[in-house]
Ligand binder design. Structure first.
Ligand code: SAM
Length: 275
């Protein structure tokens, strides 16, 4: 069987997701940070969809916001881990579906979110169209992607390595032979920046804001992030200009409702309402 690029990406991620301990990989604080400006009030009693749900790490937190229905869609075998993680919760109104989000079609949800997925698609713009397509009129969407801005070091050093290892090496060699040793200097750099005084000139260092964010986590999370970066065959770093054009040129997007927020200086959160 020949895999599409998205199927290869999803299969690669499943290796990552299905080899993690049970439960969410994210803290509640991280969940809030990813979802803001959405709040519990936007979600409670509503039909909510996550496109590209991985092992359900965000869904398990989202369940605490008590939607009437919570659906996760993913193309990879990580749906197995997602089902296990959700089955362990007292919340029962969930469904996990294995499907290609680019083609998947529903009757519409009140809230659709898509975190860390569009930049891994062969056609990120088609993924954006899929998010909008699955929102009910008057509903909300919220997306997070890697930015072209603020990621110079990753684009110059890590991305060329990703292009080679993601195609040539087995997942376990990428995880233990490459991501683990690379995560050590990354961990030390982030912790150092975190404990140094917040001097103005330090802010010019690569990934400064991002390091202050990730430094709150333990080493295994750094390794998870490094592994995620290296395992995927497809990554596109998206500029603010590209996001603005997606939002502007989609006729269902209510232009008065849109927001684009820089997150940690190297990624974008954006969203709004659908007409
Ligand atoms: C970086 S993970 C993010 C998972 C989750 N949103 C989170 O933040 O923890 C990207 C996910 O997108 C999924 N994915 C990639 N291409 C997809 C597609 N075409 N349709 C559905 N899921 C896809 C992958 O399988 C992977 O689980």
């Amino acid at each position: 069987m020949t895999f599409t690029t998205d199927q290869s990406t999803a299969a690669a991620f499943a290796q990552s997701w299905n080899n993690l301990p049970a439960g969410s990989i994210y803290t509640h604080e991280q969940f809030i940070d990813w979802l803001t400006p959405l709040t519990k009030d936007d979600v409670q009693g509503k039909k909510v969809l996550e496109l590209g749900c991985g092992n359900g790490s965000l869904l398990t937190h989202m369940a605490n916001w008590q939607p009437s229905l919570l659906v996760g869609v993913d193309l990879g075998d990580s749906v197995a881990a997602a089902k296990k993680n959700l089955a362990a919760l007292p919340f029962k109104h969930w469904q996990i579906i294995k499907a290609d989000l680019v083609e998947w079609q529903s009757d519409g949800f009140d809230v659709v979110y898509c975190i860390g997925v569009l930049h891994h698609l062969q056609e990120p713009r088609a993924g954006f169209a899929a998010v909008i397509r699955n929102v009910k009129p008057g509903g909300q969407f919220h997306i997070w992607v890697y930015a072209r801005e603020g990621n110079g070091v990753i684009i110059c050093l890590v991305d060329p390595l990703r292009k080679i290892v993601s195609r040539c090496l087995p997942w376990w060699m990428i995880k233990y032979g490459i991501a683990t040793p690379l995560a050590v200097p990354f961990f030390l750099y982030a912790k150092l920046l975190f404990y140094l005084p917040r001097l103005t000139w330090l802010r010019r260092l690569p990934l400064y804001q991002y390091c202050l964010w990730i430094a709150k986590r333990e080493f295994s999370f750094f390794r998870h992030v490094a592994f995620d970066q290296l395992i995927t065959p497809q990554t596109t770093y998206l500029s603010r200009e590209t996001i603005e054009s997606w939002l502007k040129n989609n006729r269902r997007v209510d232009q008065d409702s849109v927001y684009i927020i820089s997150r940690n200086g190297n990624s974008w959160k954006f969203g709004g309402r659908v007409k």
